[in-house]
Design a binder for this molecule. Structure first.
Ligand code: FAD
Length: 378
């Protein structure tokens, strides 16, 4: 084992909790700081592909996540009336199904409960003020005025990472011209798997979350200024949904009533150039690679980052060699997901703007090929 013993994790999201849980179980002393004073995870769902479940299994929570979520097979790709034109998704890996839909809140709860069970303490409402990042130690000053020293600091503080900015400088996310709308629903009786319906102007996914609930995502192009006033959210979303005659969408439309439940956001990507480490600080998850959700795989990457880092930290070696091995195992795979997602997004944008697609462009095929690639061991 390396001589790393004491670790600070900055950020208590999916990646931060995953790495903190795994390291604590492996015997490291772990502190977690989370900038929010209270978690406020929104109530729509998240898709976990088989590779995400495999990674969650490595930190001991996959079974609970599947028990409290909704495992399903491949996603059916359909025309707006419901005629199926293909299917997509990561093939099953061992006992893990192609997909598990789950509420983000429930996923967060599973991780948080596991963290509490093993004695991890989170310092809520606190973050790093500064990091004195030496080759042999990181001396950290926190926003509550306290200080401490760590063998390593793991930046898991998301797309707008403060740690990344402090140590590596400014990298700005890139708006891709697309937006996503999400809304939670009571699950319709016939929803047997995940569905995506394609229209010329947008696409809608209907995804199981639990036995009783599901959510939709709807991708649209909102132009250069994607801000939409709250009082227009409900009507605009209902208008978009009405372009899908398929009964499973039609029966959800009357349930869209509360603007506060419409989770609307413009989509951004960010690719931090290698290396994702410097001296004693290392970056993971969205802080290093933010992908648009066209493959539903951003969180999967964050959890896989965590698993690989945990494995490498338990092996022999100097910190730089450990971080380099982590990079080597992660960089290409993460870039593949970000790049393919960007390509799928660019094709969608062309379609929504009535532009021709490049020759040979085939979304279903690209999604299938990438899903297959993600079954490779990490
Ligand atoms: C619309 C949309 C849909 C998506 N759907 C899917 C999907 O279906 N499947 C999938 O796998 N992925 C999906 N993703 C991607 C996924 O949500 C992210 O990749 C994942 O949340 C990244 O986890 P993270 O822990 O790296 O970052 P985050 O989830 O952003 O967590 C960062 C944490 O750090 C905290 N924080 C921020 N700043 C600081 C600070 N300075 N100090 C301390 N704490 C801080 C935040 O409060 C937060 O708790 C989707 C993303 C979007 C935008």
């Amino acid at each position: 084992m390396s001589n790393i013993k004491k670790v600070l994790v900055v950020g208590g999201g999916i990646g931060g909790q995953s790495v903190a849980i795994g390291l604590k179980k492996a015997g490291f002393a772990v502190d977690v700081v989370e900038i929010l004073s209270e978690f406020n995870v929104y109530g729509v769902g998240i898709i976990q592909q088989a590779n995400a479940l495999r990674a969650l299994d490595a930190i001991g929570v996959a079974d609970e996540v599947m028990r409290r979520g909704s495992p399903y097979g491949k996603v059916k790709l359909c025309l707006p009336h419901g005629v199926q034109i293909g299917e997509a998704g990561t093939p099953p890996i061992g006992r893990f199904p192609s997909h598990n839909g789950i509420s983000r809140r429930i996923l967060h709860d599973v991780l948080f409960e596991e963290a509490q069970k093993i004695g991890l303490k989170y310092r809520m409402g606190v973050t790093v003020e500064s990091i004195d990042n030496h080759p042999d130690i990181a001396n950290v000053t926190f926003t509550d005025g306290t200080t401490d020293s760590y063998d390593i600091v793991i930046a898991a503080d998301g797309v707008y990472s403060k740690v990344r900015k402090l140590i590596f400088g400014e990298f700005k996310p890139n708006y891709v011209g697309l937006s996503v709308w999400r809304y939670p629903f009571k699950r319709p009786a016939g929803l047997d798997t995940g569905y995506i319906f394609f229209n010329k102007k947008h696409k809608i996914g209907v995804i199981p979350m639990t036995v009783e609930s599901c959510y939709i995502f709807l991708n649209s192009a909102e132009g250069d200024n994607p801000m939409i006033p709250e009082d227009q959210l409900v009507e605009k979303l209902k208008g978009y949904m009405s372009a899908y005659p398929v009964p499973v969408v039609q029966e959800l439309i009357p349930q869209v009533t509360d603007a506060k439940l419409v989770n609307y956001r413009a989509l951004e990507t960010l690719k931090m150039p290698a290396p994702w480490y410097k001296n004693r600080v290392v970056v993971l998850g969205d802080a290093a690679h933010t992908t648009i959700p066209q493959l539903g795989s951003g969180a999967a990457l964050a959890i896989e980052d965590a698993v690989v880092l945990i494995e490498e930290l338990q092996k022999e070696g100097e910190v730089e060699a450990i971080f380099e091995r982590y990079m080597k195992r992660r960089y290409e795979r993460c870039m593949m997901v970000v790049d393919v997602s960007e390509t799928l997004g660019a094709w969608e944008l062309l379609e929504y703007n009535d532009q021709p697609l490049p020759e040979g462009a085939n979304m279903g095929m690209l999604m299938g090929k990438t899903g297959m690639a993600l079954t490779a061991p990490i």
